[in-house]
Design a protein around this ligand. Sequence first.
Ligand code: ZN
Length: 653
Amino acid sequence: MNILKAICAATALLTSFSAARAAEPSTDFTPKPASPATIAAQAQMQASLPVDDGRDEDFAHRGFIATPKETLIRHKDGHVVWDIAQQDWIKGDAPSTVNPSLWRHMKLLKEHGLYKVTEGVWQVRGLDAANMLIVSGKTGWIVIDPLMSTETAGAAMALVNEYLGKRPISAVIYGHSHPDHFGGVRALFAPGDSLPPIIAPDAMVKEAGSEFVIAGNAESRRAAFQFGVGLKPGPQGYVGAGIVVASAKGSTVTLIQPTDSIKTTGETRDIDGVRFEFQMVPETEAPSEMNFYLPEQRTLYVSEDTTCTMHNVQTPRGALVRDANKWAGYITEQIGLYGDKVESLVTGHCWPRFGNAAIKNYLGLQRDNYKFIHDQTVRLLNKGETPTEIAEELKRPDAIANEWSNRGYYGTVRHNAKGVYQRYIGWWDGIPAHLNLYPPIEQGKRYVKAMGGAGNVIREAKAAMGKGDYRWSAELLNHLVFADPSNIKAKALLADSYEQMGYQTESAIWRNIYLVGANELRGVAAVKLSMASPDMVTAMPTESFLDLIATRLNPEKIGDRTMTLVIDDSDAADHSLLSLKNSVLVPEIGKSITVPTASVSGNRMQLVGLFVAKMPLEKLEAAGLKVTGDRAALAALLAAIEPPPADYPIVTP
Ligand SMILES: [Zn+2]
């Protein structure tokens, strides 16, 4: 029985991909070239871009040693997890279907291989979504951020050992709690190896196990849009995701528990003869995150606090809103702590930066960007402006906006401003008419009727498209598609509008969102993206696991039933009481009662198999799960716990 397979299928947490074209009765559903309006918009963007002084190109190529001769990295079952050369086609001038600023950025980001940063410090870039940093210790390699997958981390270490010499791994450091920075860790060791120190920021495992759980299904569905999963690489398709070149396909994500955690800024460690000074930066780009400075190498590693692009204050895939003000504050702290000493700067994604003056200038401008967006959004919201008005109006000073690394290839000024707004005063813009809006289908029907029917909506939308006003045509057509999803013309024109918006936008993730939206309107089946691995399922805090169960209870199915359930989890070494009443499951960790309605005991994988993946009880019992008490009551509860659909519709009702 493959419990993991069932869990992956049911929870949508590792990556599995499927894309198939469903039969749609229209020839309008084909990708289109850039429209005249898009060609004009690209020219205007090109003319407005700052002068490229060639510095980023120098930094992106500096220290190059080698890239693997074999460009395909495979899973043990044979499928290709990562193609190192997948974006090598991005060269020359920007095609009319790609924003010229984004094109310049992806030409730099797609570089791949092993690079020397400074004496004793190297990076592997472009072998996975994130970078692997290598520091030479006295006895072996200190590996920081061992990529997302064992397949790619294995290839990265093979490259290091081939060109720098084979040495043992003397320590591992995880910079933060996102799996693209730790998931490949098991590739660094053979089974049975004794493990070296593994160092992480405080609460890293708990955060890694909980960030993608409670809203994980929706986050995965939206992440497939944000990361353009399923889009074919090419001028009319996928060019990248702003901070990453691509996403690994069906790879193996692992996690080894840290042996040492860093809690406060100023802590130091002597790791295999190398001195590390740490800075804690929680609640910035990840809930658990840290940076460090290597005084002997004069190298600063800043995780994702700064990168080659503006990051997300509010990521479109969905996550808690990050604290832009704190974020800026941590960068100020970095400048104070290391600003006068640092000579090279490395980040979790993107190319390094070199030279004290260039780094200080960059850190200051990155800080000013987050601080400006934060402060000015708050200033305008206090004047009564709504999120859409603030997003439209916010114009950064040229000194900030013309710094290439502040441009919005990943985060954007517009959606980050909305994130700041939401963090302080929530989703409502304050307009009474917006307090209780009709949902999309009801809105759509009423708008279409008010406009005099579908024919008028199509006419207006076409007129808007003729003028290049795709924001408006998309709005109109979206109402019509939600009012009547059988209207093929509306879907085709909406897809065409999204496509031109995707071509025009500077943000790689906005491009992906629009182009995946167009694909799905054109009948390309939704791509299921999931991220579950035995290590992460086991690392999930009991609290998150119980919340996951409670948030999948269908009240119509459970009715007015009451019951108590004791759950013994041998991996978490705890027991919990779940009490059911009023269609609410109340969890109490560490509590038990002598005569519950039923009790279940097993390891975490079995428990997840039962409650989340909905595997048959008998199969799990055969694998060792134990159930006592009222089996019928347990069966009724299990029947009312519903896994959400991993491919629910987004661009149609
Ligand atoms: Zn990352």
